[in-house]
Design a protein around this ligand. Structure first.
Ligand SMILES: C[S@@+](CC[C@H](N)C(=O)[O-])C[C@H]1O[C@@H](n2cnc3c(N)ncnc32)[C@H](O)[C@@H]1O
Length: 223
């Protein structure tokens, strides 16, 4: 377990507001790949979820995981942060949430998943050289892996980056975790090298009046 990362995410998570009770369409659960409310594609990116086994890596307080379960998936969420896991369990007691790193969970589990997702989650904050073989191994043939996060913050700054988490306390020392930034074409190459097929990597444009889009990467385990 990466204790320093877990405690940084605990501090960050404790200061975060939970997901709203309903979205603009009045739904009580929904999937959001982007950092903007009511924006971007829905859970269809992962295929038909009814009855399949699905995994959310870095599920946080459980908003997207709750929607996977509502769509009929046998959904498991994994998060490194005890605070985030407690929040998810409190709001959605029926969810299966494990407090582990994504890497530990994938290395230990005997399950095969038809869909694995990560929204601004473990896929961004774990070395892809370590995570991708583990995800590929636990995906069922034809299974989908999709993840989203910000596009690279600065042209030329690729690979592992120091990622500052906003500290909730004024004047407190900043908290840092590592994240991995790549351009879409490089993510495509990385997934293909890890054995994924049908790989797409594209930036979802931001809503009007916003500057930052969302990078969405998707690949399939060959049948
Ligand atoms: C920015 S939050 C996103 C949470 C959630 N996916 C969402 O969209 O609201 C990132 C989450 O990833 C978790 N995380 C970071 N690294 C992780 C790892 N290696 N394994 C599992 N969880 C991780 C953090 O604890 C945090 O809850």
């Amino acid at each position: 377990m990466r204790e320093q990362d877990a405690s940084a995410w605990d501090v960050w998570g404790a200061a975060r507001q939970g997901r709203k009770e309903t979205n603009s369409a009045g739904a009580t659960t929904w999937f959001n790949w982007t950092q903007w409310p009511d924006h971007g594609p829905d859970a269809n990116v992962l295929g038909n979820l009814s009855g399949i086994r699905a995994l959310d890596l870095g599920c946080g307080s459980g908003g997207n995981l709750a929607h996977l379960a509502a769509l009929g998936a046998q959904a498991i969420g994994v998060d490194i942060s005890p605070v985030q896991v407690a929040k998810a369990r409190e709001r959605w007691p029926h969810l299966d949430v494990r407090q582990k790193t994504a890497e530990e969970f994938l290395a230990d589990t005997a399950y095969e998943f038809e869909a694995v997702c990560s929204v601004f989650g473990a896929a961004w904050f774990t070395d892809p050289a370590e995570l991708l073989p583990l995800v590929h191994e636990r995906l069922a043939p034809g299974g989908v892996y999709a993840f989203s996060h910000n596009p690279p913050a600065l042209e030329g700054c690729y690979g592992p980056q120091a990622s500052q988490l906003p500290s909730p306390e004024k004047g407190a020392e900043p908290l840092y975790v590592k994240r991995w930034d790549y351009r879409p074409d490089r993510w495509t190459e990385i997934l293909q090298r890890a054995g994924f097929t049908e790989v797409t990597a594209e930036v979802i444009p931001p809503p009007d009046g916003r500057r930052t889009g969302t990078l969405l990467v998707r690949g399939v385990r060959a049948s």
